[in-house]
Design a binder for this molecule. Structure first.
Ligand SMILES: [Zn+2]
Length: 308
């Protein structure tokens, strides 16, 4: 299915300031941040059952590095952007729309608006079929490629702000909340989180599973926005700090403020992060099972995998 473009979902609000006390950090602005996408794919491998885990571990570095490729593709392919999000409010207003609706039906119902409103749930389904095909063909490089790409989209679906038209708080004067939520907080704190989840499970109804993730993410949107407003009202320290990027200085939310916001949210970022790791492992595992659990290079051959 062709999936054309629209605005970038991660506006980088750059403020140039000449201030002392600059922290040198290289910034990555995208989906979950680059750091988060790589780490989610990386830890998903540990949630896989054998013999699949052995296979993925042989390609651990590629799985991690390719995790950010879909965000990089946005720069060169205008069709890429809408694959990363869904502005669910638009769809919910559409007469005849139901969560779980097929791609064919939503194309009839919404026309080309889907490329403005985002195609994330259908992109995950489509990418899943690519991965199943790659497993069927026992094509190792394709398996690794589509696993990494699929991991990216599944991770994006766990971010509440990827499921709303108010994706950067731009409608409620909360600009910058997108990067705060999915880049700053993981970059500051993910090393403290428990990223070992598991074990992966077989997904019996993929469409329903995808939509549960989307709807759960969407159900957190109000709380994500409301709590940030509350945090800014209540926090007494410096909400921002200045950092040095490759080419400029920028103001970003401070570590102390992020910690405060995160605790007010009852660590929602970490909880969605852990769910994302488990979901990525589960969808890889399910693709392998649906392909007939082929034996792949590096796997022990005498295995009897089950569906659970
Ligand atoms: Zn993304």
């Amino acid at each position: 299915m062709p999936l054309p473009a629209h605005n970038t979902h991660t506006p980088a609000r750059t403020v140039f300031l000449r201030l002392a006390g600059i922290i040198p950090i290289i910034l990555f602005l995208s989906g979950w941040g680059f750091h988060a996408h790589k780490t989610i794919n990386y830890y998903a491998v540990f949630a896989l059952p054998q013999p699949l885990q052995t296979f993925y571990q042989k390609h651990h570095e590629e799985i991690r590095e390719l995790a950010v490729r879909p965000d990089q593709m946005r720069n060169t392919n205008p069709a890429e952007a809408p694959r990363h999000y869904i502005d669910l409010e638009y769809y919910l207003e559409l007469s005849g729309f139901q969560p779980g609706i097929t791609w064919e039906k939503i194309r009839k119902l919404a026309g080309d608006s889907v490329y403005q409103w985002g195609t994330l749930p259908w992109t995950i389904q489509h990418t899943y079929t690519k991965l199943v095909d790659a497993f069927r063909n026992q094509d190792v490089s394709q398996i690794i490629w589509w696993s990494a790409i699929l991991g990216h989209y599944v991770a994006d679906a766990h971010v509440p702000l990827h499921t709303t038209v108010n994706y950067d708080g731009q409608l409620t004067n909360q600009h910058g909340i997108h990067a705060l939520w999915e880049s700053r907080i993981p970059e500051y704190f993910s090393h403290q989180w428990d990223s070992i989840v598991g074990p992966a499970h077989y997904i019996t109804d993929l469409n329903d599973w995808i939509w549960q993730i989307i709807l759960t993410s969407h159900s957190k949107v109000d709380s994500v926005l409301h709590t940030e407003r509350l945090a800014r009202e209540q926090f007494t320290g410096n909400t921002d700090t200045t950092i040095l990027t490759t080419y400029s200085e920028r103001r970003i939310p401070s570590r102390a403020f992020c910690a405060y916001y995160d605790s007010l949210m009852n660590h929602l970022v970490e909880r969605r992060w852990r769910k994302a790791i488990h979901a990525v492992a589960s969808i890889w595992y399910s693709a392998w099972v649906d392909a007939g659990h082929p034996t792949l290079p590096g796997m022990p051959s005498a295995t009897s995998p089950t569906h659970h």
